[in-house]
Design a protein around this ligand. Structure first.
Ligand SMILES: [Zn+2]
Length: 301
């Protein structure tokens, strides 16, 4: 477990669930004002590390006022119920579409098992969040944490229908969840699993660009300057990949063949050559899923 200082009131926690290839992939963010807010908690398997990070920062779990979930995929929020038990005073803020699945995660768990198989088991079974602890996020709502720290919430569907992003206007920090892609050591690639919605994701990126953020923070993984440039480049990459994947899928190519094609067309995918075996297996599986989502999104057009 590692802790990075991003700004004087923001830290990035590397949650490092005990899964090979996941040593630098799943983050959570901690905003500290008079009140404190955690953005995403990771899967259940990462909660011991999340609690360890709080202890290392001399924060009692009772001092956390909010848990904000960018979306409820298992790698971001699978541990929300477990975390809420330990972090017992925090309200859990999530998209209204996500709330029924937080209260009763049975279907979410079954879907996770079906799509991720053994990986879902390693992430850990999803526990429910008590309904009275949950607040429904609305677009442009504000969380005042005191000491001049206010978090603005923006609904940013596309990667998931229940996705939201968090903006700290005072510092220009944008936590874009997965709305702005996945960033591996500086290289950005689309996370577009089925049922991916291209137009929604593009609109969400436009909304984020209009905020004029300075620093872009990815849950997968880390914070980078030049947020506006990064968002614009990612918007174009989504359009380019959508075109390439769509044409190849219409030609009857398999997702694996399409990945080969993308590796020839998009130099940025050379980051795959730098990964160790477990990281490569993780990225390969996620990229195949992204290609399936893009192909599905094309077919619906
Ligand atoms: Zn994710």
């Amino acid at each position: 477990m590692e802790i990075y200082n991003i700004t004087p009131n923001l830290k990035l926690l590397n949650l490092q669930p005990p899964i090979p290839g996941y040593g630098k992939f799943i983050g959570a963010y901690l905003f500290c004002g008079e009140k404190n807010a955690i953005i995403d908690v990771g899967p259940k398997a990462a909660i011991p590390n999340l609690l360890r990070a709080l202890a290392e920062l001399n924060l009692s779990p009772d001092e956390i006022d909010y848990i904000v979930l960018t979306h409820i995929h298992i790698d971001h929020a699978g541990g929300a119920g477990t975390a809420a038990r330990e972090i017992s005073k925090a309200k859990v803020l999530a998209h209204s579409r996500a709330i029924p699945h937080l209260v009763d995660p049975a279907m979410l768990w079954q879907t996770s098992l079906k799509t991720l198989g053994e990986l879902a088991v390693k992430y850990g079974e999803i526990e429910p969040v008590p309904e009275h602890r949950i607040i429904a996020a609305t677009d442009r709502m504000k969380l005042d944490l005191g000491r001049g720290l206010t978090l603005e919430i923006y609904l940013t569907p596309g990667h998931a229908t229940h996705h939201l992003s968090i903006f700290d206007r005072a510092s220009g920090v944008l936590i874009a969840g997965e709305a702005a892609g996945v960033c591996i050591e500086g290289t950005v690639r689309p996370p577009t699993p089925p049922p991916f919605k291209l137009e929604e994701n593009l609109s969400s990126i436009d909304k984020l660009i209009s905020l004029k953020p300075q620093k872009l923070c990815y849950i997968h993984f880390g914070c980078y300057d030049n947020a506006g440039e990064r968002l614009k480049a990612y918007r174009q990459k989504l359009i380019d990949w959508h075109k390439t994947v769509g044409a190849a899928a219409r030609d009857g190519k398999s997702p694996e063949e399409i990945l080969q094609l993308l590796r020839k067309e998009d130099n940025s995918l050379s980051y795959l050559d730098q990964l160790d075996r477990d990281e490569y297996a993780r990225e390969f599986a996620l990229l195949i899923n992204s290609i399936k989502g893009l192909a599905g999104s094309v077919q619906k057009h």
